[in-house]
Design a protein around this ligand. Sequence first.
Ligand code: IMP
Ligand code: MG
Length: 189
Amino acid sequence: MCEFESLTPDLQCILYGEKELNEMLDRLGREITEYYRDRVKNRKLILVGVLKGSFIFMADLIRRIDLPCQVLFLRASSYGSSTVSSGNVAVEPLPEQDQLKGADVLLVEDILDSGRTLEKLAGLFIETGAASVKICTMLDKPARRVANITTDFCGFEVEDQFIVGYGLDYNEIYRNLPYIAILKPEIYS
Ligand code: IMP
Ligand code: MG
């Protein structure tokens, strides 16, 4: 395996390695398949990935969902280069009504932090005509929640620390780490 020599000095520690990630993905795949098994008989299931952070998680998760489903990606930006959510969430492209009519939507996100991004997205998909909206997040950081929102399918709960890897970035770097790690505070403070 690649050693990632140029990035590891910035990390405080590794939280979840390949084995833990695979077990988590297997479990989520089973939970999601179980939950939607009967529903997909009458409706279509659409997994909506929030870019860019969810791209690795989505790719691994979808291969463990044993149901017909569609995949869609959109961008939701609120962060800029800081580590604190601004509260203003821009969504692009906006979902289309035709696409969502009668569909069960599963939002797939890297991490649930303040909750503002997913609150905005869940509202938007319901308004646009989805039959249901559920949330699947790889990580949940409940300590920093502002919005009244919870995840329906959750990988791991994490403490109030800045996490990188497996899709998660700081200033667009570290997404390629094949594990989930804590970034040293001196890197961002
Ligand atoms: P929320 O709207 O505050 O819930 O923010 C969600 C977004 O903030 C996530 O999609 C991430 O892009 C980013 N974010 C929040 N916490 C972290 C973290 O610990 N590491 C990397 N990105 C994070
Ligand atoms: Mg993100």
